[in-house]
Write a protein that binds this ligand. Sequence first.
Ligand code: BES
Ligand code: ZN
Ligand code: ZN
Length: 484
Amino acid sequence: MNFQLTIEPINNIQSDLQIVLVAQKDLEHTFVQDKELLKKAGFKGGQDETALFLERDRLYVGVEKITADNLRTATATAMRTLVSTSYNHVSIASYLDETKSADMIRAMVEGFELGAYRFEKYKSDKRSNPVTDITISLEEYHGEILDIEACAHALHLGQITSEATNFTRDIVNTTPDDCYPDVMAHIAKDLAEEYDLHCKILKGNEIRKEKMGALLAVARASRHRPRVIHLAHKPKNPKAVISLVGKGLTYDSGGLSLKPSDFMVTMKADKSGGSAVLGIMKAVAQMNLPVEVHGFVGAVENMIGGDAYKPDDVLISKSGKTIEVRNTDAEGRLVLADVLAYAQQEVKADYLFDFATLTGACVVGVGNYTSGVMGNCDTPKNLVTEAAQCSGELVTKLDFNRYLKKTLKSEIADICNISNTRYGGAITASMFLAEFIDEDHRDKWAHIDIAGPAFVEHVWGENPHGASGAGVRLMLRLLENLSK
Ligand code: BES
Ligand code: ZN
Ligand code: ZN
């Protein structure tokens, strides 16, 4: 998609269609050209409400209040509305406020790119979005003076972050037969080549040498061998060193603690955390952020078979801690335990974040739209909640407590992979991970459970059906904040 910024007034731009965002309170305003028509069409100006007037080549989208989040979903809605039309070049005015004009431009661009996304790999009749060109008019609005350079930079960042999100969506949406651990490793290698990242892939022997007994147990019954991916962006004199770890379960059948059929569908999305890490690394390189970023992915498939790991097994993790397995469907934490240990061994980071579709309990607790943020210390958790504010992603903190910690006790090993209570599952899973965080990283680590927003069954906001790319825009904001 090509974007162009211009200071030409919106009505002077030659385009196929004009998109007009209109707030409820402005419906009666003189600058709304099609007031009567809108009234006839029953348009009330509610958020993301649309009215397409083909004879005028104008599309109205309601915006409750001019905020970055509302502009993002409005432009995404516009793109979805135009999908069955043949409009190629659209124009739109800028909707800015004094302080945040750059943020508004970025949100609009993100909405266009994210709303136009379609996953068509498996469709015979491919219908990509018709819109190829978007012109944004920076006509002085309410007499404000705009920093055009800042707007152009925001546009550029918006393109990078949304393209990275769509890149992650493509990986997650790809079926388990087409995207297995070695395929993820190849995606990482290709990224490294294209964007000049450091790349190391650990295969069988290297993984065994690293003594990742927990990860290897999860992987055992699959015909697809596991991979541990390490990508790195290393600028000179970095302002901070950050490690990211992603759960890359290319399929989670539950293993011998097999998932019921209805719960197994969509488990191709259990690689969302790892796929987010790949998308983030791509954007970090494109933005050339002045922070050192390491991306680790544990790419594994959790299957059944004669060689499957079992409830009752005791695993020796990389850290040396032994783990009693009582449920093979709590596999993500086993993979993460080893990859977190590996990441901490390889890199002494200022911050360590992991992303995982870790628990159904997180979805039950905070809903489909929000990620849960957990950890020992408020500092890294606050970085995440602050970054979320303008990223378009929703997050909420879930606190640890000492009573839940006790529920992970094992009679025969150092720890059990599930808790002995069925409540508080998002927190107990995270408290399990905390056992594999070393003293140096104790207060530098936060875990982000993206099980809710990672996969979308009913379109919401800027997200189409399927993978949302959760975690990508959130972490890019955080890394940008650390780059300032
Ligand atoms: N991948 C699932 C978690 C999940 C559930 C992600 C729904 C997205 C949507 C994870 O591996 C899992 O199965 N967790 C179990 C843990 C339980 C056995 C303690 C769960 O949440 O039921
Ligand atoms: Zn599972
Ligand atoms: Zn899982």
